[in-house]
Design a protein around this ligand. Structure first.
Ligand code: DQA
Length: 144
């Protein structure tokens, strides 16, 4: 089973962002951790990050057929990028939305998610551990 983990805008800057919200891991360290958790669950993980919305959309288009499910942390795009919401719908894949920080206890503009209604679950405020939960949720969701 292959799961694609797609990180959006500014997530390449992990390690330099406010550790109170995002912890101190770099994106490479986070991806290594997720990949290990995936292996433990018998899941192959692939990773992608971009700061360009169109590239994120195109990656979602290409995900159909390339992965069985998605873990999405689109960063700030989560809150307003309807093109990403539509591309997720086009992908037709089960997805879990993940945020390192507890978006619901932050600024009001972070409470909105344009992808939430299309996702099987949202995990927020659990730091890196949230990705492990997302993998477990998708494993239950998907046929072997
Ligand atoms: C984030 C939360 C977003 O509000 C923010 O813009 C990010 C990261 C998170 O993982 O907590 O860039 O998605």
């Amino acid at each position: 089973m292959r799961i694609a983990v797609l990180h959006g805008v500014n997530l390449d800057q992990l390690g330099r962002r406010d550790p109170a919200h995002y912890g101190s891991m770099t994106l490479a360290q986070l991806e290594a951790r997720i990949s290990e958790w995936g292996r433990e669950l018998g899941i192959e993980t692939t990773f992608f990050q971009t700061n360009h919305e169109g590239e994120y959309v195109e990656r979602l288009h290409a995900s159909r057929g390339a992965a069985a499910g998605l873990i999405l942390n689109p960063g700030a795009w989560t809150h307003y990028a309807y093109a990403i919401r539509d591309a997720l719908e086009i992908s037709g894949l089960p997805a879990v939305e993940v945020h390192l920080s507890d978006v619901m206890s932050r600024e009001p503009w972070r409470h909105q998610s344009v992808i939430r209604e299309l996702c099987v679950a949202t995990v927020a405020g659990r730091g890196a551990e949230g990705y492990r939960e997302a993998l477990q949720i998708l494993k239950k969701e998907l046929p072997e």
